[in-house]
Design a protein around this ligand. Sequence first.
Ligand code: S3P
Length: 173
Amino acid sequence: MNTLDFNIVLIGFMGSGKSTISRALNERFAMDVIEMDQVIADREGMSISEIFEVHGEEYFRNLETELLRELQNRKGVVISCGGGVPMRDENVVEMKKNGKVILLTASPETILDRVKNNHDRPLLENNKNVGFISDLMEKRRSKYEAAADIIIKTDGKSAFQICEEIISLAKET
Ligand code: S3P
């Protein structure tokens, strides 16, 4: 594939498949991937849970906004956003400067199954149940949908299938 002249920005709830799909896009189309959580954790020398614990959520949210701004000098890359990034309108403005925003969705049951063994998501740590996940998802839905250029349901689809869908829709959108 020729290098895209825009970024693919993946958004969605925790466990919606952003990291898995980023890796698949990297394998399938050799696109560079920026995993925002990973960059932030590496720079801070702490896990996401530790950043929340030591500095608080607001500090983490500010790091997200700064990183997103910094990433606007990249092109043709995949930016995998943490699940909370589209909650700030200023972040959505940044994403849209150079990127097509792809919202990945999954049912609360699928999300629970994907996150249940992970311990680096402070918002879910003591809330791993369908009720909490669907409530938070509902609270976030309008921001997610408003930010998205393309919405892709991931339930029951292979990573390969989702990648093909993303690239063909992104090229024509
Ligand atoms: C968060 C999602 C996480 C991480 C942090 C907060 C959120 O990223 O940024 O725990 O507010 O939804 P993932 O969506 O990659 O799990």
